[in-house]
Design a protein around this ligand. Structure first.
Ligand SMILES: Nc1ncnc2c1ncn2[C@@H]1O[C@H](COP(=O)(O)OP(=O)(O)OP(=O)(O)O)[C@@H](O)[C@H]1O
Ligand SMILES: [Mg+2]
Length: 466
């Protein structure tokens, strides 16, 4: 017995490894203890429309972050419109907020790029981001410092930075700080989610789910470690016949962590799909019906006539037993398909089945928009997805996230702009960047707080007639 069925931080049952050695992952044949409770995560029946709590940033402080050498900024509730010419710091501000939420940048994986260039001339180069946030009557402070990794390296470009995170003054690991501040960010390049390669959509799912489910982050981390080891083994065995015992060892771990990812992705896509079915017609004047479809690498249904059919509950209130059954079923299917791929994987020296090969499809009236969508359609789909993410996050977290929209209106035609502005919940904290105010109607402008940014300095004392 080496797999135990436990409860994740979000109340979702997971498979975890116990102290004993390798176990067999066979359909229904392995004995698994089930300890779980379905609290709020599994199928949430809250109607997000009725959610009246809002996550809010109260104050943001930046030091040496991108072109912000020093910034102290109080945030009002509701909509903020940040106007500035090109290259003044609009996206940088949203990036800083996103970074404090997800502990990584949406634009780069190289943290040293985030530190202000001039700071590298100082003895101890660093950047610091601090946010005071409010959620459900509770106020927290998230502090993130990027400090130079090593001294004495003459080549500044080769120097890395280390991340230090504190929440309310207490040091934390990134995994434990992700999602404390929950935000949804829309960047112009998010159109790539629709027209780009599958790995961008997997990354999006991982980021989105990881924000509300810490267990998902851990499973993902384990899965990728195991995948690397398994690929290394397959590569080393290529052309030399296979070592069944070793492969079996890695298969089990791959299945153990991968099953959780698959079940969670399937569940979240289903939930996002319900939201986009309502939002997308609103954004397109009822012209288009959008559906999200999970294109899982592991075939999630057995062919009729085989031993059993998978239980895929879709209704709220589904009981705990079927949730655990589902996880076992997916694990069994995954294990079966790994076995079926043995020879092919040996030949190619790489893992050919698993969540690392998943895809997400956007279908408008049944047509795949990755292949056939126009630019305008793809952009609107990306936007619908993000608005669905707002609703989904609100449902999962019980309060609405901060919405960050980077220069989104300039790309939309007049009708889509109107639909979007109407869709914005004025009570939610929303930060919209723009180069000019022309796309916004007067009513919207009169209710928003207007700020201007110039060369990394933000002026907050604009009147609404400026
Ligand atoms: N590490 C850094 N240190 C200093 N400046 C930086 C750093 N990284 C980027 N910048 C600069 O910050 C400036 C503002 O960038 P940002 O992407 O925020 O512009 P923007 O206002 O969004 O412009 P646009 O309207 O063109 O999108 C750019 O000139 C960029 O070169
Ligand atoms: Mg920008």
């Amino acid at each position: 017995m080496s797999l135990l069925h436990c409860i994740s931080s979000r109340g979702f049952p997971i498979l975890v490894e116990a102290a004993s050695p390798i176990c067999q992952v066979e359909p229904r044949s392995h004995s698994i203890y089930l300890f779980y409770q379905l609290k709020d995560c599994q199928y949430n029946t809250i109607n997000s429309q009725s959610i009246s709590k809002y996550m809010r940033i109260l104050h943001l402080s930046l030091t040496n972050f991108r072109n912000y050498v020093r910034l102290e900024l109080d945030f009002p509730p509701g909509v903020v419109l940040l106007q500035g010419d090109n290259a003044q710091g609009k996206t940088n501000l949203l990036e800083a907020i996103y970074y404090l939420s997800r502990m990584h940048s949406p634009r780069t994986s190289v943290d040293r790029e985030l530190v202000n260039w001039l700071a590298w001339k100082e003895d101890l180069p660093f950047a610091r981001l601090v946010a005071q946030i409010q959620s459900d009557e509770q106020t927290d402070q998230i502090e993130l410092s990027l400090v130079q990794n090593s001294t004495g390296n003459v080549d500044v470009n080769a120097v890395g930075v280390r991340k230090h995170i504190r929440v309310n003054g207490i040091p934390k690991r990134a995994l434990d700080a992700i999602g404390l501040l929950h935000v949804v960010l829309f960047l112009p390049q998010d159109i790539n989610l629709v027209d780009g390669p599958p790995h961008l959509r997997r990354q999006y799912l991982d980021d989105t789910i990881g924000q509300v489910d810490a267990q998902y982050c851990r499973e993902l981390q384990h899965y990728h470690r195991v995948l690397t080891q398994r690929n290394y083994l397959l590569k080393s065995l290529k052309g030399r016949g296979y070592d069944e015992a070793q492969l079996h060892f890695w298969d089990q771990r791959l299945v153990q962590h991968g099953a959780y990812l698959i079940v969670r992705r399937q569940q979240v896509i289903q939930q996002l799909d319900e939201f986009v079915q309502r939002i997308h017609p609103q954004l397109t004047g009822e012209m288009e019906r959008l559906r999200l479809e999970y294109d899982a690498s592991v075939q999630l249904e057995r062919r009729p006539g085989t031993a059993y059919q998978m239980a895929l509950p879709t209704e709220p209130g589904t009981d705990t037993a079927s949730a655990s059954t589902r996880l076992q079923d997916v694990a069994a299917l995954f294990a079966d398909q790994l076995r079926a791929m043995r020879v092919k994987e040996q030949e190619q020296g790489i893992s050919l089945v698993g969540p690392h090969r998943d895809n997400l499809r956007f279908l408008v009236n049944g047509v795949d928009m990755n292949v056939y969508g126009s630019r305008g359609q793809q952009r609107t789909i990306a936007l619908s997805l993000k608005l669905a993410e707002v609703e989904w996050t609100a449902q999962e977290r019980k309060d609405k996230p901060v919405l960050l929209l980077d220069d989104v209106l300039s790309e939309l035609d007049a009708a889509h702009r109107r639909y979007l502005l109407d869709a914005i919940d004025q009570a939610q904290q929303v930060i919209i960047t723009t180069t000019d105010f022309t796309p916004f109607n007067e009513e919207f402008l009169s209710r928003a707080t207007l700020w201007r940014v110039c060369a990394g300095r933000i002026t907050t004392s604009m009147t609404n007639s400026q």
